[in-house]
Ligand binder design. Structure first.
Ligand code: UAG
Ligand code: ATP
Ligand code: API
Ligand code: MG
Length: 499
């Protein structure tokens, strides 16, 4: 446990008003999670000002407030101390890791960045490390895992307060490794402050998140920060950057990585080279050649060229961590799926239903091309684009779906604060560019859209439902409702059979 004075000492120019010697039992910026002895951090967010929630935090037991404002300017009840700092984010970045005794220094940490493939690669790395007998923690889009235990998550990469707390629990539970997705938002906001990475992986860079980063160049440089961090001197040694040699932006990542470098690729020369790549309906096979591995013939139960890249990225990380090639091979052979990624829904129908998380132009293109390789007849694609997210990707995703599928049903995908009909009109503008006389429909209600796709499906067709993957919710303007593509698809099949 630390006292408020110990935390204040870390920040130049800090001022404490009230009892310096109180023991801080936890740090929280969300009043709803405050508890007895909490230091409540007042963040002026994109939407609301955290100072508004001081009364709620105190009611829940907060004993001190961290703010950039003076004690006189914040309204705190008697007995609650105020730690005033010149700059909140900079203060948090040093206070929080210190408070938890720098948990990331006690475990090996593997970070994965890139537009697509982070979650899949993190699951693959976790599987390999567990096969090697290590205890593994995982932090990413779907959930937090500590061995078999599962905890919910709200962002792909949590903020510094939640992240350091999670890492501390992982350390206390004896994890050897942490495998984590590192989003561009997280790098831009330095949510990873206090983490020294051992191995960092770059998957790819294609268009997404331009609402936030404004340009692709800024987006790329945000990703490159992971490699700056990796190369920085610290308490750890033997750091490795694992980078996709077939992606143009890989060069930038390598320029930023002042440490050992491993590249992987099919088209360009790389330290891990894939040859004889065979993509099948049931999986993919390829030969991987590398100095340490030698030649490894791999059989995968996950399909698509993009998954060959994800596997190479994971093997690169495993080599960096000196995992035995036989263990790598065994783990990959046993690896069957990631929830909501190219996942088959089997409800006794005579056509295929695939649920996938493609929500970027590149993701849509990859996944529809993969579906085409295995399609016997028509591909019916159901998809939408998120509200309050990069608007410019909407017509591009529309165009690609129209180009690569036979029937397109555009629908809603987390409209958030936006009007779903307006989002659909932006998607449809792209669909109309290339659809020609192929069938297309716009159906705002996602349930109706899935039912319609299933109704249209004939023997041996593929219905592919994109964008939400593992998500079990739909975020609407005023509420979040339960919504699960797989569940709805099963209901649609049952309805079709009953009809
Ligand atoms: C744009 C962005 O990064 N926003 C993040 C930011 O939210 P914000 O600034 O809007 O916070 P706010 O809602 O204004 O609240 C301000 C403060 O009041 C506090 N509060 C609020 C309500 C209350 O009742 N009590 C309370 O104390 C909040 O805890 C917060 O400290 O800080 C929040 C807390 O850390 C984040 O959850 C939130 O992520 C939002 C949900 C988000 O959608 N982020 C996306 C863009 C994102 O970060 N995505 C990336 C990448 C996804 C990918 O992989 O492609 C990710 O890592 O998830
Ligand atoms: N290496 C890849 N290259 C291109 N597309 C991919 C790749 N891997 C997966 N995809 C596509 O992108 C979707 C999302 O994959 P995944 O969840 O692994 O990526 P992610 O980077 O974690 O995404 P997010 O940024 O939302 O967390 C998949 O469902 C698939 O359609
Ligand atoms: N991590 C991505 C996920 C998008 C998933 C899609 N279902 C959407 O809501 O747009 C984001 O927050 O932009
Ligand atoms: Mg992810």
């Amino acid at each position: 446990m630390k006292t408020l004075a110990q935390l204040a000492e870390l920040v130049n120019g800090s001022v404490v008003t009230g009892d310096k010697n109180i023991e801080i039992k936890g740090i929280e910026h969300d009043s709803r999670k405050a508890a007895e002895g909490t230091l409540f951090v007042c963040i002026e967010g994109f939407h609301v000002d955290g100072h508004k929630f001081i009364p709620q935090a105190v009611e829940k037991g907060a004993k001190a407030i961290l703010t950039t404002r003076s004690a006189e300017a914040v309204d705190v009840p008697e007995g609650v101390a105020v730690l005033q700092v010149p700059e909140l984010k900079a203060a948090l970045d040093v206070i929080v890791p210190f408070f938890h005794d720098y948990p990331a220094q006690k475990m090996r940490v593997i970070g994965i960045t890139g537009t697509n493939g982070k979650t899949t690669t993190s699951y693959l790395i976790r599987a390999i490390l567990r096969e090697a007998g290590y205890k593994v923690g995982l932090i990413g889009t779907i959930q937090i895992m500590m061995e078999e235990e599962v905890f919910p998550i709200h962002n792909t990469t949590p903020d510094v307060v939640e992240l350091q707390h999670t890492l501390a629990i992982m350390r206390d539970k004896g994890m050897d490794y942490v495998v984590m997705e590192v989003s561009s938002h997280a790098l831009d906001q330095n949510r990873v402050a206090g983490i020294e990475f051992d191995t960092a992986v770059f998957s790819n860079l294609t268009q997404d998140h331009l609402d936030y980063h404004k340009t692709l160049e800024n987006y790329k440089l945000a990703k490159a920060k992971l490699f700056d961090l990796l190369g920085k001197e610290g308490v750890k040694e033997n750091k490795t950057a694992v980078v996709n040699a077939d992606d143009e932006a890989g060069k930038t990542m390598l320029e930023h990585a002042k440490c050992r470098q491993l590249t992987y690729g099919i088209d360009n020369k790389a330290s891990l080279q894939a040859t004889n790549v065979e993509v099948l309906a049931s999986g993919a096979n390829f030969t991987l050649t590398e100095e340490f591995l030698g030649k490894l013939d791999l059989q995968l139960h996950i399909t698509g060229i993009f998954n060959v890249y994800n596997v190479m990225a994971a093997v690169g990380a495993a080599i960096a961590e000196k995992i035995d090639p036989a263990v790598i091979k065994k783990a990959l052979l046993n690896f069957t799926s990631v929830p909501g990624r190219f996942e088959l829904v089997k409800a006794g129908q005579d056509f295929s239903i695939i649920v996938d998380y493609a929500h970027t132009p590149d993701g849509v293109e990859n996944v529809l091309n993969t579906a085409r390789r295995i399609a016997k007849k028509k591909i019916i694609a159901v998809f939408g684009c998120g509200g309050d997210r990069d608007r410019t990707k909407r017509p591009i995703m529309g165009r690609l779906a129209a180009e690569l599928a036979d029937v397109v049903i555009a629908t809603s995908d987390n409209p958030r604060s936006e009007d779903p009909a307006f989002i659909l009109s932006e998607v449809e503008a792209g669909v109309k560019e290339t659809i020609g006389d192929k069938h297309h429909e716009c159906i705002i209600d996602r349930r109706e859209a899935i039912f319609r796709a299933v109704e249209l499906a004939e023997t041996d067709d593929i219905v592919i439902i994109l964008g939400k993957g593992h998500e079990d919710y739909q975020i609407l303007k005023d509420k979040t409702i339960h919504f699960d593509d797989k569940e709805v698809a099963r209901e649609a099949v049952a309805a079709k059979k009953g009809a």
